[in-house]
Ligand binder design. Structure first.
Ligand code: GAL
Length: 371
């Protein structure tokens, strides 16, 4: 009888331990919500994120929402049904996810805003590049190449193309660029023949290349058809710069060099920089952004994060910022911000040196993405 009781007790102990162990190190589910496959970079981010989190032992589900807000809500609802421990979200619209963010908060799911902030307090951490600095780098580039600081009474004509209004980053990029260029517009050194200098006037729905091209073609036809010289076109990112470069190629009558900015180092745009159709792009190493996100996620799932210590632990520059971003008025969002830099034809080798880009035999340029 004693033996039987001991046996039963031992059995209960073993089952107890097993259930505790399996509950604890059962594979945690990570839900990843990307905005669209239409824009090259999110295919790369998605591939890097899935590989990094699967290699780290998580079960990963990823969705792409065709840049549609309501579809992204439905996609995140589906991810929540998988009982994820963590959601990584790049919002189509940072203000359109309240229902699913409420649900995530109720369920105690950790939410990290990846690259684009979500305006809801369910967000625990934000990982991105310094978005305002991206714009400042574009503005400073134009300031340098046109020699605006020492322009004297010379004047220059330029136009602007900004991003998708629902994208929380778009305003930061544009305001960063305008923080450098606007003083020259006010001083009369920079003229904008289209007169379009407000964000809403120069925004590009869905960051789409076609939308950017159509608007640029319209401006070139309306304000440059008489031979007016265009000196520069400040575009917030590469997908829009691609459209602007196409319009310039098709519809600009002049033969002077036009300085065109961009962001993301998308393959086709790096090619255009090599061929002189675009002049620069602001590079944001996606593998680094993913590595920082993985570290923040792991730390967050293990409990409290010492943000500054974590930011200092990376061998790349990462700023721990608890001031710049708010999910709701007064509610600061702890952010890990990486540092972007400028790529031109002269330093394109830096892209190859990251190990994430390569030249093809036919002199085309490709980004290497985990398959
Ligand atoms: C932004 C992102 C940029 C650019 C743009 C369009 O949010 O930060 O890198 O890719 O979206 O996808």
């Amino acid at each position: 009888m004693k033996k039987l009781v001991a046996l039963v007790l031992a059995l209960i102990m073993v089952l107890g331990v097993m259930s505790f162990a399996s509950a604890d190190d059962a594979q945690k589910v990570v839900g990843i919500a990307m905005p669209t496959k239409e824009l090259p970079r999110w295919n790369s981010d998605g591939a890097f994120l899935v590989k990094a989190f699967e290699d780290a032992g998580y079960k990963v589900e990823i969705t792409y929402s065709d840049n549609k807000e309501d579809q992204q809500v439905a996609d995140i609802q589906r991810l929540l049904a998988e009982d994820p421990a963590l959601l990584l979200i790049t919002a189509v619209n940072g203000e359109a996810l309240n229902t699913v963010m409420d649900e995530a908060q109720e369920k105690g799911v950790t939410v990290i805003a990846y690259d684009r902030l979500i305006l809801h307090d369910a967000v625990s951490y934000y990982v991105s590049y310094d978005n305002f600095t991206v714009g400042v780098l574009q503005g400073q580039f134009i300031e340098d190449v046109l020699g605006l600081k020492d322009a004297g009474d010379k004047t220059f004509n330029m136009e602007f193309t900004a991003g998708d209004p629902p994208d929380n980053n778009a305003g930061y990029f544009f305001n960063g660029a305008m923080s450098i260029i606007k003083p020259y517009i006010d001083a009369g050194t920079v003229k904008v023949p289209s007169g379009q200098t407000e964000f809403d006037q120069v925004a590009t729905p869905s960051w789409s290349t076609d939308n950017a091209m159509d608007r640029a073609a319209n401006i070139l036809g309306s304000f440059y058809g008489d031979g007016t010289v265009l000196d520069a076109w400040l575009c917030s990112n590469d997908s829009t710069a691609l459209g602007v470069a196409q319009a310039i190629g098709n519809d600009y009558k002049g033969d002077n060099q036009i300085f065109v900015t961009g962001q993301d180092a998308d393959d086709l745009n790096v090619q255009n920089i090599y061929e002189g159709k675009q002049t620069m792009t602001v590079y944001k190493n996606l593998a680094n952004e993913v590595a920082v996100t993985l570290a923040v996620a792991k730390a967050a799932l293990e409990g409290e994060i010492d943000g500054q210590a974590l930011a200092d632990s990376f061998d790349i520059d990462v700023a721990y910022d608890i001031e710049s971003y708010e999910t709701t008025p007064g509610h600061k969002c702890p952010s890990f911000l990486l540092v972007p830099y400028v790529i031109t034809k002269d330093n394109m080798q830096l892209l190859v040196d990251t190990g994430l880009y390569a030249w093809n035999a036919d002199n085309t340029f490709v980004q290497k993405v985990p398959d």
